[in-house]
Design a protein around this ligand. Structure first.
Ligand code: MRU
Length: 362
């Protein structure tokens, strides 16, 4: 069973609308860079690698509508689309990684005299390449990660780091789980519901049911109870940005899980592609944390469950210190502490895309 997240139909980007899952499987069409930016902002598409792939197609859509007649006019117009897409969500570095790749591709073409049509075609090709690489990375991560999972493991995961969070296929953390399941290891999954957006309850649980993976849904505040009772063998989560020293930003609540796992001596794994590793960010204190609408805390799908006037906070991510991470699983292999050295080594033979010049930190 393959879960599709992002697809190209007749040259138009289509996204499964993750706000409507699991009750409805609806695909939305993004014809312009602006449509794509809105889909990212409103979390129709979410999950670090999926956001990166969608943004690359968003730049390609922007390129297809350029009007300029000179290379500098084309570059100026394209940059406006890139900057719009960059303003959508600040934490997942895959977004900036993909935009930087598209920008570099455009610049090289324009310096070599490409005209408008050639630029648009080449940028669409580059987006398709980024998409294909993401699918391949998720398969490779699943292979490396499954080797770390003993038979019969009861695995706890947070948020959704499955096919829906990448551009399809396996996913990151849930990809590792899927591969271990395919290998007949008789694993089972504790699915954290993941307040407030319920990525665990709505999306991870949906993927597990589709794949026939034994899964049990719990609320976030039950994790400690099940760790204490000896019912959790390891934790696997995805990441939105991994700093050069291994500090890892992921969905809010991940840090709490890492503290609990340490207390109970439970291995804590992070699975993420190299496009999530940001060597330009030295440590977790430098990772920008998105603060989303406070209304998302007071209500869910427009049903308010808290007083309208109560103040609320909504940091969408937190940072787990590298010292709490047992290993980081990537498509190029598994990094173990000390991460500054092991992550750097994994990049040998892989291009490092620097994003620090463009990105605005809070
Ligand atoms: O706010 P979201 O749903 O985009 O957050 C997603 C996560 O935190 C995932 O765990 C992370 O992107 C890794 S997904 C492969």
């Amino acid at each position: 069973m393959t879960v599709e997240t992002v697809r190209l139909r007749n040259g138009v980007l289509e996204l499964i609308d993750q706000r409507r899952l699991p009750s409805k499987e609806i695909w939305i069409r993004c014809r312009t860079a602006e449509d794509t930016a809105r889909a990212i902002e409103t979390m129709a598409v979410r999950g670090a690698p999926a956001i990166g792939v969608a943004a690359a197609y968003g730049v390609a859509a922007g390129a297809a509508a350029l009007k300029g007649r000179t290379p500098s006019a084309l570059q100026f117009e394209l940059e406006r689309h890139i900057e719009r897409l960059a303003r959508t969500r600040p934490t997942a570095v895959n977004l900036f990684w993909a935009l930087e790749r598209m920008r570099t591709c455009a610049r090289t073409l324009l310096e070599n005299g490409a005209d408008r049509d050639r630029l648009a075609r080449a940028l669409l090709d580059e987006a398709v390449r980024i998409h294909a690489e993401d699918l391949a990375a998720s398969r490779a991560m699943a292979d490396y990660g499954a080797r770390l999972i003993p038979k019969g493991s009861r695995i706890l995961t947070h948020c959704n780091a499955g096919a829906l969070a990448t551009s399809g296929a396996y996913g990151t953390a849930l990809g590792v789980i899927k591969r271990a399941h395919e290998q007949g290891k008789k694993i089972s999954v504790w699915v954290d519901e993941t307040r407030p957006f319920l990525q665990g309850a709505r999306l991870t649980a949906w993927e597990c049911v589709k794949e026939g993976i034994p899964a049990t849904l719990i609320t976030d505040n039950m994790a400690g109870h099940f760790m204490k009772s000896g019912d959790v063998d390891c934790v696997i989560v995805g990441a939105d940005r991994i700093a050069a020293n291994g500090d890892t930003a992921n969905k809010i609540g991940t840090y709490t899980l890492s503290v609990l796992a340490k207390e109970h001596r439970i291995p804590f794994y992070v699975a993420a592609p190299l496009s999530t590793v940001d060597l330009a960010t030295p440590d977790g204190s430098q990772i920008p944390i998105e603060e989303r609408s406070h209304e998302e805390i007071r209500s869910f799908r427009h049903i308010r469950h808290a007083p309208e006037k109560v103040s609320a906070r909504h940091p969408a991510f937190d940072v787990t210190p590298a010292s709490s991470v047992t290993a980081i699983i990537t498509e190029a292999g598994v990094a173990k502490p000390p991460y500054r050295r092991s992550l750097g080594a994994l990049f040998k033979g892989h291009p490092v895309i620097r994003t620090e010049r463009r990105e605005k930190r809070k």
